[in-house]
Design a protein around this ligand. Structure first.
Ligand code: FMN
Length: 195
């Protein structure tokens, strides 16, 4: 059971990371292997250029944007669960996570007869979201974005963990109810089995 988390906060030690750490520590205790990609630490991350080079190869991502995302796309194919982790930025995922997410377009393949397949079919997806506001101040729309991403990727949607009204990482770690909920979510991820 391999869990790959793409962490989209520009603060590598911020609120989202604090919540994700609790979720993944619990998943590891339950037997999962976990890896976090801190998107802010990538030296070279570009957005999708919509060149559609990926459309010409149905068996591989074949993304023509030559940057650090290429290795991450390969890791995603080998993962059992992909976790989208992000703060809420203006009712949406952070710019970093959105850039990375758009690059998954190369996994979506249509052949000449219009038949569709996804290179991530059979995987599972989940989200970990931290928010300054209430759950309906933007975390709700991110959940819907990630759920649709899973649906289009032919992946099973495992749901989202939302830490709402958070202030700082220390308060997150001291909030026993939040830690308990995040731990339970991590255990649930680890219990999902392999693809
Ligand atoms: C540019 C920006 C936009 C934000 N927009 C929202 C928002 O729409 N809704 C919300 O609940 N919180 C919003 N927040 C608060 C963050 O989601 C919250 O502080 C989050 O926990 C930060 O996580 P991080 O420390 O991992 O970056 C915003 C913060 C910033 C900096």
């Amino acid at each position: 059971m391999r869990i790959l988390a793409l962490q989209g906060s520009p603060r590598p030690n911020g609120n989202t990371q604090a919540v994700l750490d609790i979720v993944l520590a619990s998943a590891r205790q339950a037997g999962a292997e976990t890896e976090i990609i801190q998107l802010i630490e990538l030296e070279n991350l570009k957005g999708c250029m919509e060149c559609l080079a990926c459309d010409k190869n149905l068996d591989e991502p074949a993304c023509a944007v030559d940057d650090d995302m290429l290795a991450i796309l390969e890791k995603a194919i080998k993962a059992d669960i992909i976790v989208w982790a992000t703060p809420v930025f203006c009712w949406a995922p952070s710019w970093l996570l959105k850039m990375a997410m758009d690059r998954f377009y190369c996994m979506f393949k249509f052949d000449q007869s219009g038949d569709y397949k996804c290179l991530l079919a059979g995987r599972k997806m989940a989200a970990v979201i931290s928010a300054g506001g209430a759950e309906n101040d933007g975390a709700d729309s991110i959940q819907e974005t990630c759920r649709r991403m899973a649906q289009f990727a032919e992946a099973q949607w495992l749901g989202a963990f939302v830490a709402s009204k958070v202030t700082d990482p220390d308060s997150i770690r001291a909030d026993t109810a939040l830690v308990e909920r995040a731990g339970a979510f991590g255990r649930r991820l680890a219990a999902q089995g392999t693809v």
